[in-house]
Design a protein around this ligand. Structure first.
Ligand SMILES: *Cc1c(COP(=O)(O)O)cnc(C)c1O
Length: 362
């Protein structure tokens, strides 16, 4: 029987498992968002995020899901007479295209086969042949379980196209995978907190470069809720333009302290170890959907080589163990399934899950 008060343990690629100590942070006394206490919370949290994301530029806390920042990047940083190049390699990168169009800007697609990495050469070729003012990328494709070689891409962009703005969806990558924002030379990147930050949904973290912020001053019709100029002005007072999701910011503050105490190298290595663990199981029992070299350390998309009924398998696990994992996304439903290994999920959690799946296989 469905009971939302006793939900299944989550191994879907977001929202992910949230530890009880993190949930407790959401239950602290409420603060006034224009008071000194909030300013302290804001300043501490933004300061830690800058360390975690290796940036001295602008970190904004947006009371929205990450999708809001998809839109914000376009509405703030792309003029109505400019063209965006969107790299499409899965369901999430495809969505950028819709968003750019819906914001009334011109967009062209660079289509990459699902499960294949987007290389610096592919982007270089395309940029050399057209006139674009920005590109959109997805760091980690949550549909295919693929991590794009963003460091190589960014190096190429810096050398050959320093004037083109770079917007990167890091929703299922941020904190699980290395992200040195300033060194990468990105202009906008963002994530929702229900992925590797391991907090319930309801808040997004955005990083915006100084040059993107500067450019936004001259872009008309930026709206209000996602206006980077408003965010920047409020940040100076350690505030947000509108009333923020304060409980989530308290939980984010708590998670940031833990991440910094662990050390980002260790956090990334922990995700790699979880990735290796699930991949070795997947390769033994099934196969990986994408090339091993580009397989993500925050989730694994498993190719359903045994033609198991995935929906039924998930259902069985829910009945027997009150635990679920993810079916394939969109057109990859039943052809694949997805197991998240990010945030506060542990190897012990994963051992338990995989053993339960094994029990149903033979
Ligand atoms: C989850 C996800 C999103 C959407 O995040 P929301 O919080 O629903 O806005 C976007 N991009 C990627 C890569 C994701 O994994």
């Amino acid at each position: 029987m469905t009971d939302w008060k006793n939900p299944p343990r989550l191994f879907i690629p977001g929202p992910v498992k949230v530890n009880d100590d993190v949930l407790q942070e959401l239950a602290r006394p409420t603060l006034g968002h224009r008071g000194k206490e909030y300013a302290q919370l804001h300043s501490e949290t933004v300061g830690m995020l800058k360390e975690i994301l290796f940036t001295n530029q602008n970190v904004f806390l947006s009371t929205s899901s990450a999708s809001g920042i998809w839109e914000a990047a376009i509405r703030n940083c792309v003029g109505f007479d400019e063209t965006v190049l969107s790299v499409c390699c899965g369901a999430f990168s495809d969505k950028w295209v819709t968003i750019v169009k819906n914001c009334g800007r011109a967009v062209e697609e660079l289509k990459v086969e699902w499960g294949r990495p987007t290389t610096a050469e592919m982007i270089d070729q395309r940029l050399a042949a057209g006139k674009y003012s920005a590109i959109t990328l997805v760091y980690n494709e949550t549909s295919t379980g693929l991590t794009n070689p963003v460091y190589e891409i960014s190096k190429m962009m810096k050398q050959k196209y320093p004037e083109i703005l770079i917007f990167v969806d890091s929703v299922s990558a941020m904190v699980g995978l290395p992200l040195h924002f300033d060194e990468l030379g990105w202009d906008v990147t963002f994530a929702s907190v229900q992925k590797a930050f391991a907090i319930p949904p309801g808040l997004a973290v955005a990083v915006v470069s100084s040059r993107a912020l500067e450019k936004s001053k001259d872009v008309p019709a930026r709206g209000y809720y996602f206006d980077f100029q408003q965010f920047a002005k409020s940040n100076e007072k350690n505030q947000t333009p509108t009333t923020p999701n304060i409980p989530h910011i308290m939980a984010l503050n708590y998670q940031c302290k833990k991440l910094l105490a662990e050390g980002m190298e260790n956090v990334w290595n922990r995700h790699r170890a979880m990735g290796d663990f699930v991949r070795s199981w997947a390769k033994e029992k099934f196969a990986l959907f994408c090339d091993d070299k580009y397989a993500s350390n925050t989730l694994t998309t498993v190719k359903n080589t045994r033609a198991v009924n995935v929906a039924e398998l998930i259902n069985t696990l829910q009945q027997k163990h009150n635990t679920i994992f993810g079916n394939g996304y969109g057109k990859l439903k039943e052809q694949t399934f997805r197991i998240a290994h990010m945030g506060d999920i542990s190897i012990e959690d994963l051992k338990e899950l995989l053993a339960w799946i094994d029990e149903e296989l033979d």
